[in-house]
Design a protein around this ligand. Structure first.
Ligand code: 13P
Ligand code: ZN
Length: 273
């Protein structure tokens, strides 16, 4: 059966739109940032012949739990700025083989490129998020500017960091009541940072990488992007507040508790007095 041009696929359009927006927000300079989007076989079948494997790509970690799954992912070293111009070079569709150690490239990476170097953190995070939310589809990493800056000036405990973000915009507690996870500084692209990130993804949809950036996960692009946007906005407000001389008054814990009640969310236990 004749296939439809993949560039018309809604998930390719979403990847183009999102990477372009992220570039314009200044959170993905050069090749910074990466996105992985879990697809169903039915999503890709109208567009590609899933029996034709372009090449095999070895992985140096075990992704057996994702065997048979399809992802569209951003390429390593690819500039988000350029993805809209050359989507088939900057993006690739891969399927994880039964051995859990090899990827089958089905489309994209036309210049011989590889998936993001952060694939361990992405795939390990998908594995953990799917256990708590079978609807999870997206893992997104970027270098959101104010959050990154905050990791130099703010206490780096999850409780203190989360509380400050909650206090900076009234919406924050409603959007991420579970708070934000923080891993130690670890060399990017390693299995070690992947494992640390995935461990946090068991409980959080937002995970801060100190002095580097942030990870967000969600059931669709809007949720993952929206989470990062909201936390980043709070961090931006925090930056202005500090530049204006610091906090004179804030949202009290009592107010945060009534906010949670009003919006039917459960704030992470022990984070409010
Ligand atoms: P990639 O170009 O390999 O996706 O890496 C970018 C990045 O942000 C590393 O943390
Ligand atoms: Zn990065």
């Amino acid at each position: 059966m004749k296939k439809i041009d993949l560039l018309h696929a809604p998930f390719v359009q979403e990847m183009i739109e999102t990477t372009s927006n992220l570039y314009r927000l200044g959170w993905d300079e050069r090749n910074g940032g990466n996105i992985s989007y879990l697809l169903q076989e039915a999503d890709v079948l109208p567009f590609i012949d899933t029996k034709t494997v372009i090449r095999q790509i070895p992985m140096n970690f075990n992704g057996k739990e994702l065997a048979g799954r399809y992802f569209i992912v951003t390429g390593s070293g690819k500039y988000f700025k350029n993805i809209s111009k050359n989507p088939d070079e900057g993006l690739g569709i891969v399927r994880i083989k039964e051995d859990g150690q090899t990827l089958e490239l089905l489309w994209g990476f036309t210049d011989g490129g590889l998936p993001t170097s952060e694939l361990p953190a992405h795939f390990m995070s998908h594995i953990e998020r799917l256990k708590v939310d079978p609807e999870n589809r997206i893992v997104m990493h970027n270098h959101a500017t104010h959050l990154l800056a905050m990791t130099f000036t703010h206490e780096l405990t999850e409780r203190a960091f989360t509380r400050t973000l909650w206090q900076m915009c009234t919406e924050c507690l409603v959007v991420f009541p579970e708070g934000v996870g923080i891993v130690p500084w670890i060399v990017p692209g390693t299995n070690e940072i992947g494992e640390a990130t995935a461990e946090k993804m068991k409980e959080f949809r937002l995970v801060v990488w100190p002095h580097h950036g942030i990870y967000g996960a969600g059931k669709d692009m809007d949720e993952a992007f929206g989470l990062i946007e909201t936390a980043e906005k709070a961090a931006q407000v925090y930056t202005y507040v500090m530049a204006q001389g610091g906090v004179k008054q804030t949202i009290t814990d009592e107010q945060l508790v009534s906010l949670a009640r009003g919006f039917n969310v459960v704030p992470r236990e022990g984070y409010l007095k």
